[in-house]
Ligand binder design. Structure first.
Ligand code: IMP
Length: 428
């Protein structure tokens, strides 16, 4: 069974704080997609893939690129560091993966990260009273420039006159930012020379593909709880990462979407600062980290680890309008005993199921505790599983609890990093 069961226009979104294993899932689902689209974020994302004996990390190019004949689109909602993008294209070529203007299309409306965005990001983190723990890749400043109407787009890169005009404007509006206009124009031109063949009106192209009956998958970046509007603000990224952003960040309308799937680990991780109500104790975190290799694919930082938080997942399902859940890394959980699931919070000693209430309490420095249901681990993970019935009884129960609590079905489960280590599940 394949994602032919998942509707023609599919959105795959991180249901936690990123790092849910979206890259690995998108790579699998891409088998039955014609077009794969990134629509938000930048190279703060790190989508890890295990293909044969190789491990690759993609930061900007959609994971669909690993399969021949797929068209990959970097939409207008993405912020692009051209240096990183060009390195990624070269890295793929070295691995024998075709990545040229025939299978990679870049929106002319995407915004460009320049070196001064990166230094602003790092300087602000150093000065902040409450640092966010950003990736220091210039993501926040680049989105700020976009919203402040002084950003530099891919289309600007292709014209020296347009670039000069933008840099002069930034100089006037941001006098404290130091950069040399001529140097920036030279840098921009060197990027444009290589990127020009890839650039097009990707929204128009996408609409054309959809009208043509092609199967399109939108590959989310980061996770719902890092969304700038709906996440754990201010401990969030600077873009919208929920499903609605797939329309805005690609240039088509939301009426095209058939299915929205949120990806969640069978446990939970977070990188950077901010609330994490189901964070495990130090010993358990070590265990998660070593079993699950929980280190950032972009920055190498050790991830904070803990248990799945069901009120948070239910909240993620709501803000995405999710139709199903993809549960990843269930094999890692099998190495732990007992297994815990976060069922609700206590806030000021009172039981509460609202993620938003827990978040407000956190910001007001009121005590929030996660209350767990515990399972003792019975049975072992099999080498391979083709249905939920092949899983240990404890895992089957866990999946049932997740579905009952969140109110939508688990539609796919992965139990290893490689293609084939997953099975699909029909809604019960
Ligand atoms: P920024 O996106 O670099 O501005 O970082 C803001 C917050 O989002 C930080 O806590 C980062 O660790 C987190 N973050 C950004 N991108 C990712 C991601 O792809 N996975 C996990 N955390 C991320």
């Amino acid at each position: 069974m394949t994602n032919l069961h998942f509707g023609r226009c599919l959105v795959v979104i991180g249901g936690q704080w990123g790092d849910e294993g979206k890259g690995r899932i998108v790579d699998t689902l891409a088998e039955n997609s014609d077009v794969v689209v990134r629509f938000a974020g930048g190279n703060n994302a790190g989508h890890t893939l295990h293909i044969g004996n190789d491990q690759l990390v993609l930061h900007l190019i959609p994971c669909g690129i690993m399969r021949a004949e797929k068209i990959c689109i970097i939409g207008n909602g993405v912020v692009i560091d051209p240096e990183v993008l060009l390195k990624e294209i070269d890295m793929l070529s070295k691995h024998g993966v075709r990545c040229d203007s025939s299978n990679l299309k870049i929106s002319h409306h995407a915004h460009i990260i320049f070196p001064f965005h990166k230094s602003e990001d790092a300087e602000r983190e150093a000065r902040a009273h409450t640092p966010i723990g950003t990736t220091k890749r210039g993501i926040g400043p680049c989105y700020e420039y976009k919203i402040a109407r002084m950003g530099i787009t891919v289309a600007d890169l292709l014209s020296v006159a347009r670039m000069r005009n933008k840099f002069e404007n930034i100089r006037n509006l941001q006098p404290s930012i130091s950069f040399d206009i001529e140097k920036m124009i030279d840098l921009g031109r060197s990027f444009a020379d290589r990127l020009k063949p890839f650039v097009t009106d990707t929204g128009d192209l996408l609409e054309h593909y959809l009208r043509d009956g092609k199967r399109v998958m939108f590959e989310g970046a980061q996770g719902s709880l890092l969304d700038v509007d709906h996440g754990t603000y201010p401990y969030v990224t600077s873009s919208n990462c929920v499903a609605a952003a797939a329309a805005i960040g690609s240039g088509i309308g939301p009426t095209w979407f058939d299915e929205i799937l949120i990806v969640s680990k069978a446990y939970c991780t977070r990188v950077g600062e901010g609330p994490f109500f189901s964070e495990a104790d130090a010993d358990e975190q070590e265990l998660f980290r070593s079993l699950g290799n929980e280190f950032g694919a972009t920055t190498g930082r050790p991830r904070r680890c803990g248990w799945i938080d069901l009120p948070a997942l239910k909240y993620a399902a709501r803000i995405n309008g999710a139709t199903g859940i993809i549960l990843t890394k269930i094999d890692i959980l099998a190495g732990l005993n007992p297994i815990k699931i976060g069922m609700h919070y206590t806030i000021d000693g009172l039981s509460d199921h609202s993620f938003n209430n827990a978040m407000s309490a956190f910001l007001e420095q009121r005590p929030v505790k996660m209350v767990y249901k515990e399972f003792s681990m019975e049975g072992e993970m099999p080498e391979s599983a083709s249905s939920i019935h092949d899983l240990p009884r404890t895992m089957q129960k866990l999946i049932g609890v997740v579905e009952d609590y969140v109110g939508i079905p688990v539609r796919m489960v992965s139990y290893g990093p490689r293609r084939g280590q997953e099975f699909y599940k029909l809604p019960s």
